[in-house]
Structure formats: C-alpha cells, structure tokens
Design a protein around this ligand. Sequence first.
Ligand code: ADP
Length: 668
Amino acid sequence: MLLVLWGFVAYWSWSQRKKILVSNTVILEQLTTAAEEQTLRLFRHAETSLTVSNHWLAEHPHLDPGDTPSFIALVDRLRHMSDGMLEIRMVTRSGGLHYIPRRGPRPLADVSDRDYVKAQTRMETRGFFIGNPVISRVSGKWGIPVSIPVDKGGGDVGVLFAAIELDRITKTFEAERIKPSGSVAILRADGTFLFRVPQEDHVIGLNIADTPSFKENYALSLRGIFRSSSQFVDGKERMVSFQRLRDYPLIVIVTAGIDDLLAPWRRETATLVAIAGLVSVAIGLLALILLRAMKAEEKAQKATERARREAELILTTAGEGICGIDTAGNVTFMNPAARAMLGWEHDNPIGLNLHAANHHSRPDGSTYPGEDCPVSRTLGDGETREVLGETFWRTNGAGFPVEFIVTGILDEGTVKGAVLVFRDISDRLASEQALTLQATELSRSNADLEQFAYVASHDLREPLRQVASFVSLLERRYGPTLDGDARDYITYARDGAKRMDRLIIDLLEFSRIGHRSLPVEAVNMGDVIDEAIANLRTAIVESGAQVERSSGMPVLRLVRDDMVRLFQNLIGNALKYSHPERTPIVRVAARKDADGWVVSVADNGLGIDPQFSERIFGIFQRLHTRDKFEGTGIGLAIVKKIVERADGRVWVDSVPGEGSTFHVFLPA
Ligand code: ADP
C-alpha cells in the first residue's frame, strides 16, 4: 500500500513538474515572440525616424537642420511617435555632438570615438548601425545608439543618430518578464548585450560570443529554448528562450528562473509528501497495531492449542476410562484406557449406544433396561451420580465390576450430553475380600490365643497350688530335721511357686480384659480414680505419698471395672517407682482434647529413659530387676490393652530422675 502511495506521489510529482515546465516553455516562447515584436517595432521606428530625417536633409540641402523650424518640428513629431524613447541628434563631420534644435554654435560633446560614428566612416559598416550601449556624455543616461550616415545636405552634419534610452525600454519590458528572477535581454548578433531587465550594469556591453551558450544556441539557430545557469548574472538556473530578429542583427532573449517556475509545484509536492507521510505513519501505526493483535492472536492460539494438547494428553494417559456421550447415549469420545477396558482397541465405538454396547446386562446376566441406568438418568436431569458395583461388559462378553461417576454436560441449563469416568474395581474387590478374610482369620486366632491363655493360666494355678502346699507341708513336718541348705532350697521353691502364682494371676487378668462381657456405661472418671486411690490406700500410707486428683473430670461411656484397674496400675506404679530421697507426689488431672479427654498421672519418681517409652507397654517388659522392685511386667500391658479396647491411646512423657507423666486419651 505504501509502495503504491509513494509510487503515485513520485509519478504525480514527476508528471506535474514536466507539465509545468512544458506549459512554461510555451509561455516563454510566447513572451519571446512578443518581446521580439516590440524590439523589432522599436528598431524599425528608430530606422524609419532616422531615414525620414535624412530625407529631409537631402531635400533641404541649404537649410541648417539645427535651426530650421520645420526640421525641428519633424524631429519632435518623430520623438513623440516613439513615446519619447527616441532622441535624434546630429554629429558633425569632426565628431561634435549637437541636439536638435542646436543649443549653441559649439558642440555639446566630442563623440568621434564612438563606434556608431566610426562605423559610418567605414564602407563595410556604413548604413543603419546599431552601436554598443553607452552612457550619454550629455545626459549621463544609458542608451543604445543607432546611426545612419548623412550623404546629402545637412551642412557639416555627417551622422544622424538616435539613442534609445535604456530606462525607457526597461519600463516596457519590466512588465513582461517572469518575476522574480526571469529576465528579458537584447543581444546583438556579434554577442554583445545591449540591454537587460532586470538591469545589471556589468552585463550591458558584455560580449558573450565566446561562451558555449552563444556558440551552441544563439549562433546556430533563429530561435530556440534551452537551459542555462546564467554565469554572468547570479548563477541561478534558468530556462532561456531566444529569437533572432527578422530584419536586424539582434537576438531577443527571455528567461525564467526554474526555481520560480517550480515554486508552486514544490509547494504542492511538499503538501502531497506531507499528506503521504502522515498517511504512511497512520498506515504504519495501523500495521503495528494489526501486527500486535495478530501476535496476541497467535499467542492465544498457541496457548489454546497447548491447552488442547494437554487436555488430550490427560485424557489419553489417564488410567481411568473416560467416555463422552451425547443426549441419545451414543459415544462421542472414548479415551484409550476406556477402549482397552471395554474391548474397543480395534473397532470404533464412536456413534454406538454405550448402554447397549457395554452396559446391557446386570451382574447376574439379566437384562438391564436402559431407562434404569444412572447414566440415562443423568442425561435426563444433568445431575452428577457416583455409582459403585455395577458391571460393564467387554465386547468379548466378559463382565467386570466398575465404579463410575457420570456428569452431565450442561449448556445454558440444557443437558447436551454426559461424561462417564469409570474404573475397573476387580482388583480392589479382590484385595478387599482378601483383607476381610485375613481379619476374620486374625480375630479367630486371637480369640483362640486368649482362650488358651485364659484356660492355661486358670488351670495352671491348681497344680501350682498343690506344689506350694506340699512344699509348705514338707517344711512344716521335716523342717526341724533338715539342715540349713535343705531349708533354703525349700524357701526358694516356695518363693518360685509364689512368684509363678502372681505371674499367672496377672496373665489371667490380662487375658480376661474384654472377655468378660462387662457393660459399657456412663462412667464418672472422678469416681473411678477415687476408687483406684482407695484400693491403694495401704501402699499410700506405707510410702507416705501425697496423691491428688484434680476436679473437672469427665463422664465417659466405658467399662467401669477396666477403668479402675487402669488407674490403679498407673497410680500403683507411680508409688512403686518413687525416688528414694523424695516424698512421692502423684497428681491426676484431665483436660479436654479435640475429640475426647486426656487424663494424666504425673509422679516425681525415678522417671523413664525415653528410649524405653514404647517398650514398657509390652507384656513382661520391665526396666528394673526383681531384687529392687517386685513386679511381673504385665501392669502397663494391661493398661494398654484396656485403653485400646476403649479406642484410646496411652503414652508417657518422662525426664529420668525427675518423674514421669502417663497420658491416657479416651474418646468422648
Ligand atoms: P511391673 O511394674 O510389674 O514391673 P509394669 O508393666 O507396670 O510392670 O511396668 C513395666 C516397667 O515400667 C516397670 O518395670 C518399670 O521399670 C517401668 N515403670 C512403670 N511405671 C513407672 C513409673 N511411674 N516410673 C518409673 N518407671 C515405671
């Protein structure tokens, strides 16, 4: 567009320039013709005037022309006819200049040296002669002298001449020249400038016969037009038109400054270029905006394409089967996972009815009517449905359990189709089944084990009691007869039996937890803890301990006996593992937790190394030897079992040497 615009501007400018130059050439030629006419008239008038005057002299040989009124009147008339441009004067044979009428006996000046006088003395130039422009020795004005010889009459007058005053011609031609730098000039055929407007004094009388302009143009043809940079004037380039006069050895030259001619063209061109420039800038800006918009569009397109590819990638790589259907339930899209699951790897399901193709029967093989299918219900109401345990059928007839979500595709409130995302849950069902089986197996074997422990501990006590009583009997009956060693052995045997009995009792207790079907009831924890403290009264008195229970204890639904046992064990341990140098202080407190209560039993006893804080809750796990502290290592195991039965949690915080705090979390 810009190329066309600027091409047009260039063409218009070029053609306009050409047109202006051509039209000005015509004008210049017309002006030249007019100037030639005027010049011709001027010189013809001058020649006629001189010839008429000469005739008068010839016809009146005895009269003195300078003093004869009829001649004076004639000369006056002739001047009048030339608009005062021509002043006829006389030159005596000795070269003295006289005006008409004569202004005295003495000549006004000596003009014998002037070319127009000299020319009449030589045969080859005698006749009508156009002289070099000169400054009048009388009036001091520039003029072109034209002269003729006087052959008959006139007394001593040898030459008649008329000076064409340059000032006067200037006025005539000034009106005609193309301003400001155009000019009108008269050149004599020998190359001498006679006249020029605007007047340049140094040009007048200048001979240009040797210049290329003269040689190539004025000397060669009668008329013509050419371009020249006027070297004698101001160096400006001009269009020069010239014409040789028909009857006189004169050339009229009319010029016009190229710059002047082209000024309007320049203005118009500048305006046009400015407009074209503005249009270009506007187009440029428009193009820039367009380009930006296109780039943004391209970017958006790329982003859309990327999003589309990503979406496609997600759909194709998804592990779930994804299937799009239209309002009639026909498949519009199916991702590779769905194709693999439904058996459409080699055939195309697009356009087929999904229900008829893959969801036609129930797990038992009976027909599944389309209207009962959750998918068709979603197509009806657009609701999202999550379905578990339906069966999809592969194209080869094999069924598999699925879990699916069907979501309606809504467009301004109307259902346009649905998307079905489904998953083959055969593996999950299988592993769930295996897990249930395992759990059942585990609880059965647990029950067996507990039964065994219970029976074993219950039945073991009987023979143990027998061993103990016979050892006692042995001691009582034969004690005095036995030596020291034998008595010691008996003591060891009795101690062992006692300890074993303790162990069995504890074990029995451990295995009993949860076995006796004791009721779950609302239990006031304050009462439970008070009861546990009361049960430990002897130990408290013996150790001189200080046991405190804070108020604000919760009421929770639990097995009451288990709770008494739990806190009896914890408080009992706090008394047992006290610091030898401190009065034992035991504090029992409760605080509300997110979804239950935490009851804490804090002591200032020996403390527990944190690395054993898990281990102590294991069965038979002890940190102290029997010779320091009595015990079986079952107490905390019982605590843990009770807490876990109640869906709670137990843990210990302790600083060895400073004390321990056992926390029991019980759900509300
Ligand atoms: P037992 O008291 O019969 O040894 P437990 O199961 O009640 O068995 O405790 C296991 C071990 O944990 C104890 O042997 C003892 O070393 C440690 N223990 C329990 N309670 C405390 C306590 N309050 N302070 C220090 N140590 C404790």
